[in-house]
Design a protein around this ligand. Structure first.
Ligand code: GRF
Length: 223
């Protein structure tokens, strides 16, 4: 039996994905140890949520560092001190320096609110609407030095409905994002997923397409 996966969650804002991970850990569906919640925004509500849940927090302000790489190196070194097996970027809005990130590749994932490779970067819901997309969604991918460009592990999709606004689309997607992230972290907890060059391997087999979140019948599983 493997020891429990040690997870550090990186956040910059609200923290609803963090809350979903904490809830799943509490109800026993996600066997992980959340060893740290770390942020580049000392005022992030997600940090307060973590404190309330009794989880160690780390908040560093980039403005107190002379340059970007200096912050990123110190931030990740302090995260590393908690010996996480996996970094989960959940609403972490900072682009990390490639050299600082190098040793984490394969051990860091991000949740992004679009069907990658569509709509990397910000304002994804607005952009999906502007592009006339019939379907929208969220992706969990390995973090690489390319912004929102790492190999995708799994996605969840929703239809775009006539008269949708960006806010409506975001609100409809968010509960799906939460289930997607919990399911993907579950793959790591069970040691079922790995990055192999540009490939994602699940149960040793290379994916030819991202896994999909199947929410039929109330349960959420990756297929
Ligand atoms: C989510 O939409 C996530 O996909 C994106 O940032 C948002 C974070 O929300 N990367 P929250 O802080 O987890 O509530």
């Amino acid at each position: 039996m493997n020891r429990m996966l040690r997870v550090a969650v990186l956040v910059s804002g609200r923290g609803s994905n963090l809350a979903a991970l904490i809830a799943a850990r509490r109800d026993g569906t996600l066997p992980i140890d959340i060893v740290l919640v770390a942020s580049d925004k000392p005022e992030a509500p997600a940090l307060r949520y973590a404190e309330g849940a009794g989880i160690a927090t780390l908040a560093l302000d980039p403005r107190s560092y002379p340059d970007r790489a200096g912050f990123d190196n110190d931030f990740l070194a302090r995260v590393d001190a908690y010996s996480p097996d996996l970094l989960v970027l959940a609403g972490f809005m900072r682009i990390l320096d490639p050299a600082a990130l190098a040793s984490w590749i394969g051990r860091a994932i991000n949740i992004h609110p679009s069907l990658l490779p569509k709509h990397r970067g910000l304002r994804t819901h607005e952009r999906a609407l502007a592009a006339g997309d019939a379907r929208h969604g969220a992706s969990v991918h390995f973090v690489t030095t390319e912004l929102d460009g790492g190999p995708v592990i799994a996605q969840t999709e929703i239809p775009v409905i006539a008269d949708d606004t960006a806010a409506m689309l975001a609100a409809r997607l968010l509960p799906r994002e939460h289930r997607l992230l919990v399911a993907c972290v579950g793959l790591f907890a069970d040691r079922r997923v790995a990055l192999d060059g540009a490939l994602v391997r699940v149960d040793e087999r290379a994916l030819t397409a991202p896994l999909r979140l199947d929410t039929d019948g109330g349960s959420a599983r990756l297929v």
